[in-house]
Design a protein around this ligand. Structure first.
Ligand SMILES: NC(=O)c1ccc[n+]([C@@H]2O[C@H](COP(=O)([O-])OP(=O)(O)OC[C@H]3O[C@@H](n4cnc5c(N)ncnc54)[C@H](OP(=O)(O)O)[C@@H]3O)[C@@H](O)[C@H]2O)c1
Length: 327
């Protein structure tokens, strides 16, 4: 089944644009891609328009910052619905309040992707937030802002993705050298392209009911499972070799700043957790996608083929290539 044409093909597209925040990021960029693949009008909310120079010219650019609520209000004018993902920033609750209240004012549906408590009533979500917040104190603001989305007057849809498959790309060099250093107990994981496609469905299809939806791949994956998939995809042995110091350095190298810190803290827990993928979560994902989610094996094969076609990686911080003596 063509993942970009189902299950939206029979639906009329809205005549107004969808506003996408975080469009330069891991998830927002996939939401933009999925919306464009469906022929929807898209408006991106960005602080640096030069970062989206490669998007087609018909994509509207609304320049602003989450620090400035008024810039969000302006960007939402005439829009049909909005997508929000919370950035790695110590002000994330304030940013979310700006975005959510602006959506309430504009009367548009808000589709959110992030961590949230999945209970159906406030008490069960409070209990979940308390337990989760004790295990992961740095997630407390994320859980509070998700509850703000959940209880907002925006007919909200909350997507709760598992760990992104694409996180593994921070250790490209290590995988090519036969080592998988990120600690993974056993957790649900998902392809960011499927998150983008599920979000596009919720943004365009008013029949998708308000509430929380898990987004998962077909199976939970341990570090060992993940290494086995990379071995098969790369055609060479890859050992699971979790190493916290190496992981910390990888996130600093790939992201730096607050995002590196958040990833370092999250993977300290992720390395210990053992969580199966429930049939109910897989049903929710399949419902939103209109087909089963991508498997990790499929993802790893695509990425490995791309890496092998591109040749050996350039070492980080290697600086510009100098002409060789022979040239
Ligand atoms: N990694 C995982 O496996 C995982 C799994 C589940 C949930 N999550 C959650 O997903 C969220 C991160 O999503 P992501 O990976 O898509 O993030 P990301 O790749 O770091 O992207 C963040 C986006 O927010 C934008 N942004 C940051 N500050 C802004 C501001 N002041 N005004 C306007 N835009 C701003 C960035 O734009 P610029 O280009 O201008 O910086 C970028 O487009 C986190 O809340 C995390 O907890 C992650």
């Amino acid at each position: 089944m063509n993942k970009t044409s189902q299950p939206m093909s029979a639906l009329a597209l809205p005549s107004r644009p969808i506003l996408v925040a975080g469009a330069t990021g891991a998830i927002g960029s996939q939401v933009v891609r999925a919306l464009l693949a469906r022929g929807a009008q898209v408006r991106v909310f960005v602080r640096s328009p030069e970062k989206v120079h490669d998007l087609p010219p018909e994509v509207e650019r609304a320049v602003g910052t989450l620090e400035d609520r008024e810039s969000i209000v302006q960007a939402l004018k005439g829009s049909h619905a909005a997508f929000y993902v919370s950035p790695h920033d110590e002000r994330e609750e304030q940013f979310a309040e700006h975005f959510v209240s602006a959506c309430e004012g504009a009367g548009v549906r808000l589709v959110f992707s992030g961590v949230h408590a999945s209970g159906t009533n406030r008490l069960s979500r409070f209990m979940q937030r308390t337990i989760f917040g004790l295990l992961m104190p740095h997630y407390q603001p994320k859980l509070r802002l998700a509850e703000r989305v959940r209880t907002s007057h925006t007919n909200p849809v909350l997507l709760m993705p598992g760990n992104y498959f694409q996180m593994d790309e921070v250790c490209r060099e290590e995988l090519l050298a036969g080592r998988y250093p990120l600690p993974l107990g056993r957790i649900p994981r998902v392809d960011t392209r499927d998150v983008g496609e599920a979000a596009a469905r919720a943004l365009l299809d008013a029949s998708v009911k308000s509430g929380g939806y898990a987004l998962v791949g077909p199976e939970s994956l341990s570090g060992e499972d993940t290494a086995v998939h990379w071995s098969a995809a790369l055609g060479q042995p890859v050992q699971y070799a979790p190493n916290l110091a190496e992981m910390d350095a990888l996130f600093v190298r790939a992201y730096g700043g607050r995002k590196a810190l958040d990833c370092q803290k999250s993977y300290r827990l992720v390395g210990k957790v053992k969580m199966g993928t429930s049939a109910a979560d897989l049903r929710q994902t399949t419902f939103l996608l209109g087909c089963p989610p991508r498997s990790f094996a499929e993802y790893a094969q695509e990425v490995a083929a791309g890496w092998q076609a591109a040749g050996p990686p350039v070492p980080p911080h290697a600086g510009p290539r100098l002409p060789s003596a022979a040239s």
